[in-house]
Ligand binder design. Structure first.
Ligand SMILES: *[C@@H]1O[C@H](CO)[C@@H](O)[C@H](O)[C@H]1NC(C)=O
Ligand SMILES: *[C@@H]1O[C@H](CO)[C@@H](O)[C@H](O)[C@H]1NC(C)=O
Ligand SMILES: *[C@@H]1O[C@H](CO)[C@@H](O)[C@H](O)[C@H]1NC(C)=O
Ligand SMILES: *[C@@H]1O[C@H](CO)[C@@H](O)[C@H](O)[C@H]1NC(C)=O
Ligand SMILES: *[C@@H]1O[C@H](CO)[C@@H](O)[C@H](O)[C@H]1NC(C)=O
Ligand SMILES: *[C@@H]1O[C@H](CO)[C@@H](O)[C@H](O)[C@H]1NC(C)=O
Ligand SMILES: *[C@@H]1O[C@H](CO)[C@@H](O)[C@H](O)[C@H]1NC(C)=O
Ligand SMILES: *[C@@H]1O[C@H](CO)[C@@H](O)[C@H](O)[C@H]1NC(C)=O
Ligand SMILES: *[C@@H]1O[C@H](CO)[C@@H](O)[C@H](O)[C@H]1NC(C)=O
Length: 646
């Protein structure tokens, strides 16, 4: 807190000196924006700094600038910056202020989507899981505990943002309050009013604050608030005039703004990879620009859900590691046909910047890398769970155990002999989200949310029944955003509720970074979730290495991979559609061997085939998928392609 004093002092001095020259306002009389007193229309693109390594921020921003964009739009994911209550992180890939400075240096304005909720297919829509420590909390409402946390967070974030506002000499022209609030059930205007006054208190009266909602009467009803400029979002292929009429109902005068014009769409594990053709996107973009409207393309570059950051939709279905989005710049920042189609459209409405477009970065296939087993979760349990188990008669959730991501091992003993098949059953769909089940280390199968609710097991009385439970991503949209993880209801064996649990929170990322001990002496085959390690060196004598690459998992099933301790994300080739994971060059080194750690949760090829992963120079995120589900249609709600425009 003490450190804030000189910072605030600096900001005040800095702000005052430039305030008079620079301004950004809404011009209600002429249905537009005024920048420095002159009419201004923006063409913007979304990039989430949290989905691109800092190393590549400049490259991606330059490519956006060279496409003819005036501005970029980014979300601020709260849980990325406050992983534990009161513990803040703003360095490295989280250095938001550095990102803003780069945008400014490159000549891009910034539209800041400050939250607190962002959706964005990001874990829990950016809300920290620790908010659920109050079990009855109503997120995104006037719940006093929720507001207290928001107040504290915004008291850290917004003062950092203030010197970066346009009229204070920075690139931020507009700040979004909340996100698509009209799609949420609560419809709590006191909450929106509270946020409005909180944002004003920290940012002052001059900055343009805005909201964004789906272009329909239903969504704008609870999403818009007097004093926050209401904008809409809609995708290509529809009737642009009709879509903007919805904005006009809330804002009879002022600029037309589409804050999320969808250049592609999101994916889910087990569903087909979605693409939207460049020509449809280009045509609708041209239509929007011909209306004199302002537009932000969502996404201009999607990037990657590294680590555990992907979200999920309901009925529960998690998003994959790639957030490529079929955007004009690929996940790896590659220039695509869509990039050039969009650039050409922009060139019809404004002058494009002179100079070269940064080229697509080269990719390298480092080839096959042999892995070796180092131990199972079970054999390494004491290392992985330094805090040891928490005991409880009935199971506790992740948040009760203060574990917000990753994995917890739930262990109990079989209360009786189960020599015949005995059914392990989750009541009320209570496995959030997947449980890898074993008895005395012998794998029994997988239970999974909304999918597999029961399993037959066998084993003797007193044997350890282990459920390694994976949080596969917090629900990011809608009413079920308060997504508790772990065993969230009781589980029965042969009809009796299992009791006397020992729960081991696992600190896997930390242990991986310190190096896993070799515990293979203590394990046999078929022992459930298992760690493998290996290494590879960057070949010498080839210029400009290391370069970006993709890793694939032939014969592997589902798990997590770290390279040099960087948590690259989840792989699940057995389900698809994503098969390769993007490996940015900045996590690789040429001076030492690069260390790979894989946690395979289900089944590896290592016993029977070759125990290999492979680094290739081409992505594959559109393979066939292996999951039967009727829920795909339910996700089209925000596709924007088929919204009710009437
Ligand atoms: C688009 O919508 C506008 C306003 O509702 C309507 O006047 C126009 O006919 C529509 N255009 C098409 C091609 O349907
Ligand atoms: C672990 O130890 C076993 C023998 O105890 C050995 O065969 C194996 O290569 C070791 N694995 C690694 C990754 O060092
Ligand atoms: C369970 O089975 C084992 C051997 O299969 C037997 O020794 C033991 O007595 C049985 N226990 C109970 C409680 O039936
Ligand atoms: C469990 O085993 C019983 C008896 O062997 C069998 O009837 C049932 O289909 C099995 N259930 C599952 C989910 O495999
Ligand atoms: C036990 O259940 C499994 C499925 O979980 C089934 O494949 C197997 O046939 C069953 N065994 C018996 C003896 O019923
Ligand atoms: C489990 O069952 C017990 C006894 O019925 C109950 O008190 C407890 O609340 C249940 N726990 C959960 C997480 O549902
Ligand atoms: C094997 O595991 C046991 C506990 O499960 C531990 O006491 C023992 O030290 C381990 N042995 C080796 C060789 O690591
Ligand atoms: C990989 O692990 C080895 C052995 O622990 C270590 O010496 C080396 O520095 C590691 N490489 C990197 C890039 O961290
Ligand atoms: C996947 O995308 C690539 C590159 O766009 C394309 O060549 C290929 O046909 C696609 N495969 C499938 C199965 O759609």
């Amino acid at each position: 807190m003490v450190a804030l004093v000189p910072l605030l002092f600096l900001q005040a001095a800095f702000g005052a000196s430039v305030a008079s020259q620079r301004s950004f306002r809404i011009d209600y009389a002429h249905d537009g924006f005024l920048k420095d007193g002159k009419p201004f229309r923006y063409i913007s693109g979304s990039i989430h700094y949290s989905r691109v390594p800092q190393y590549y921020w400049k490259d991606r921003l330059l490519k956006m600038k060279m496409a003819g964009l005036d501005a970029i739009q980014t979300y601020v994911p709260w849980n990325f910056h406050e992983p534990k209550p009161g513990a803040y992180s703003f360095s490295g890939d989280r250095d938001l202020e550095h990102f803003l400075q780069l945008a400014e240096e490159i000549g891009l304005l910034v539209i800041l989507r400050a939250g607190p909720y962002i959706c964005g297919e990001w874990d829990m829509g950016g809300l920290p899981a620790w908010l659920l420590e109050k079990e009855s909390i109503v997120l995104r409402s006037s719940d006093p505990d929720y507001l207290a946390a928001v107040e504290r967070w915004m008291g850290i974030l917004l003062p950092k943002m203030k010197p970066h506002l346009y009229h204070n000499g920075g690139p931020i022209i507009m700040v979004q309050v909340e996100n698509e609030y009209g799609s949420y059930f609560a419809c709590d205007f006191d909450y929106l009013r509270y946020l409005q006054s909180l944002f004003r208190r920290h940012l002052g009266s001059e900055v343009v604050l805005f909201t964004t909602d789906g272009a329909s009467k239903t969504f704008l009803r609870c999403g818009a608030l007097q004093g926050l400029y209401a904008t809409v979002d809609f995708g290509p292929g529809g009737n642009v005039t009709a879509a903007f009429l919805h904005q006009r109902r809330s804002e009879p005068k002022g600029p037309l703004v589409n804050s999320e014009f969808y250049t592609g769409w999101l994916d889910h594990w087990g569903h087909q990879h979605i693409t939207i053709s460049a020509s449809i996107v280009a045509k609708s973009l041209s239509d929007i620009l011909a209306h004199g409207a302002n537009v932000n393309m969502y996404m201009f570059i999607g990037g990657t859900n590294f680590g555990y950051w992907n979200g999920a939709n309901m009925p529960y279905s998690a998003q994959p590691t790639s957030y490529d989005y079929d955007a004009p710049l690929s996940e790896a920042g590659d220039l695509t046909e869509k990039y050039f189609a969009i650039r050409e459209v922009i060139g019809m409405y404004k002058e494009l910047p002179e100079g070269p477009i940064p080229p697509t970065t080269p990719k390298f296939s480092y080839g096959k890398v042999a892995l070796q087993k180092v131990g199972t979760v079970r054999s390494l349990l004491n290392d992985l769970s330094p805090s040891g188990p928490v005991k409880s008669i009935y199971p506790l959730t992740f948040v009760q155990l203060k574990q917000y991501f990753g994995f917890i091992l739930y262990r109990t003993k079989l209360p009786r002999n189960c020599s015949e098949n005995t059914t392990l059953l989750t009541l009320f769909d209570g496995i959030h989200d997947r449980a890898y089940v074993s008895v005395n280390g012998v794998s029994q199968g997988v239970l999974s949310r909304r999918d597999v609710l029961k399993l037959n097991i066998t084993g003797n009385a007193g044997a350890y029944l282990d459920l390694l439970v994976e949080n596969t991503g917090g629900v990011n949209f809608g009413r079920y955003n308060n997504d508790f993880k772990g065993l969230v209801s009781n589980i029965t064996l042969g009809g009796e509720i299992l009791t006397d649990w020992e729960m081991y929170p696992l600190d896997i990322d930390n242990v991986v970074s310190q190096g896993l001990r070799n515990e293979t002496g203590n394990t046999s085959s078929n022992e459930g979730p298992t760690f493998y390690t290996g290494s590879f060196s960057i070949p010498s004598g080839i210029p400009d290495l290391p370069q970006d690459t993709y890793v694939q998992f032939p014969g592997w099933t589902k798990g997590q991979i770290w390279i040099n301790s960087f948590n690259l994300g989840r792989y699940w080739p057995a389900r698809g559609p994503q098969v390769t994971l993007f490996v940015p060059s900045n996590i690789l080194v040429s001076s030492f061997p690069n260390n790979v750690t894989v946690l395979e949760l289900e089944s590896s090829p290592c016993g029977t085939q070759k125990c290999l992963i492979e680094f290739v120079d081409r992505p594959n995120i559109n393979a066939s998928f292996h999951y039967e589900s009727d829920s795909q249609k339910l996700f089209s709600r925000d596709l924007g392609l088929d919204l009710d425009y009437v």
